[in-house]
Design a protein around this ligand. Structure first.
Ligand code: PMP
Length: 396
């Protein structure tokens, strides 16, 4: 078939191939990037569906505005208010079909073939592929336990003059890293100094296990004059409420929102009004604080169990920072005492032992570190985590 040339820029991911093996009976999976289905607040969502149909069936079942269903935009504006983003109006955000669509809209509105875009190394795989589909030439900025190295980021911005910089500052996927407060401020200063758009992708910011993370870059922009014009912030209900709802949002300067809305119109006309009305009712019913408390507690227990098990079963064959939120451990194989030092090789051996995880190399746009791996602690309970890590210890 005479497919478009842009498809030559992307390949189907190695991870997708691995996922085909996950149906194997008895396998314990640390591979997925999704929340645990057993955690969904089914009765709360059922009530929200009923309320949406009882009180606003016309809106919930009808075509809607591309920008989003207004009652939901109002709820999301006040939800962001609880997270330190003061004074947000419903028209300051658009609703997207998951935050994934916001990333696609950013690609569509901003990227011409050959444009430079700076991403973290490592970063979210679907973002790499999405931006490449639009022809982006990705530049990778290194990440440590405090998030992206902002000194290096400044050099890369000065050198490459990117269309924008894409960051997952809070509990990154896959890095689990949290950008420090000082670095968040530095990012805002860089945005103003180089007049560069910063995309803050934040699907995990609410999923913290101990102290709350530093405020989002968006909320800190209030303290750095002129910076707000350079921030696009993507949010999502996927990780805390339900990914199946496909409800995300983007807060950005008005000019960018207008262009993104135009592109969205030709893509899906609008995010499901039924899902939006359900989400609006859910937020309106005031259920979110209890839901957040529950996911923080359960995922926090699982993260602690996985950290303890990794230290016990893998010892110095692996190094990692204990994540304070999100869904992932990002680890590096050390090769100590002849243990496996390649993430893909260990993934293969692990499947033979009936445990799965994702090797880290595909998460790099450039210069992959083959010793890395990503382990999700979200979908297995504590007993399965302990058993799975034991098997990992045998595989290594
Ligand atoms: N950004 C990041 C960093 C993610 O990890 C994910 C989900 N894996 C998304 C965006 C997309 O999430 P959704 O479209 O479900 O909101």
């Amino acid at each position: 078939m005479p497919f478009a040339d842009r498809l030559n820029n992307v390949e189907t991911s190695a991870i997708r191939e691995l996922f085909k093996l996950l149906g194997k009976p008895g396998i314990i999976s640390f591979a997925g990037g999704f929340p645990d289905s057993a955690m969904f607040d089914v009765s709360g969502i059922q009530e929200a569906v009923n309320a949406a149909l009882a009180s606003e069936a016309g809106g919930a079942l009808q075509y809607g505005a591309t920008e989003g269903y207004n009652p939901l935009r109002e709820q999301l504006a006040s939800f962001m208010g609880t997270k330190g983003v003061a004074g947000l109006k419903p028209e300051d955000l658009i609703v997207t079909t998951g935050s994934q669509q916001a990333l696609d809209l950013l690609g569509k509105t901003m990227i011409d073939p050959g444009d430079k875009v700076i991403v973290e190394g490592p970063t979210f795989l679907a973002t790499i592929q999405c931006f490449r589909l639009y022809g982006a030439d990705l530049v990778s900025a290194p990440v440590d336990a405090d998030g992206v190295d902002t000194d290096r980021l400044e050099q890369l911005i000065a050198e490459h003059k990117p269309k924008f910089v894409y960051l997952i500052p809070t509990f990154g996927n896959p890095s689990g890293a949290m950008l420090s407060l000082a670095r968040r401020k530095k990012v805002l200063e860089l945005a103003v100094k180089y007049q560069t758009l910063i995309v803050e992708d934040d699907p995990y910011g609410d999923l913290y296990f101990g102290d709350a993370p530093p405020p989002s870059i968006l909320s800190l922009s209030a303290d750095v004059p002129g910076s707000r014009d350079f921030i696009a912030h993507c949010g999502s209900l996927s990780k805390v409420l339900s990914p199946g709802l496909r409800v995300g949002w983007m807060i950005a300067p008005a000019e960018l929102l207008a262009k993104a809305t135009m592109c969205k119109q030709f893509s899906d006309a609008h995010t499901s009004t039924f899902a939006q009305a359900t989400a609006a009712q859910y937020l309106k019913a005031g259920r979110m604080p209890a839901t957040l408390a529950n996911v923080r507690k359960v995922y926090g227990e699982r993260a602690r169990a996985m950290g303890d098990a990794l230290r016990r079963e893998l010892g110095d064959a692996i190094s990692f920072t204990q994540p304070q939120g999100g869904l992932f451990f990002w680890a590096r194989l050390t090769g100590a005492n002849g243990t496996v030092a390649d993430g893909a090789e260990l993934a293969k051996r692990a499947i033979e032992k009936n445990v799965a995880f994702v090797p880290g190399a595909p998460f790099y746009a450039k210069d992959p570190d083959h010793a890395t791996l990503r382990l999700s602690f979200a979908t297995a309970d504590v007993a399965k985590i302990e058993e799975g890590v034991k098997r990992l210890g045998q595989a290594i």
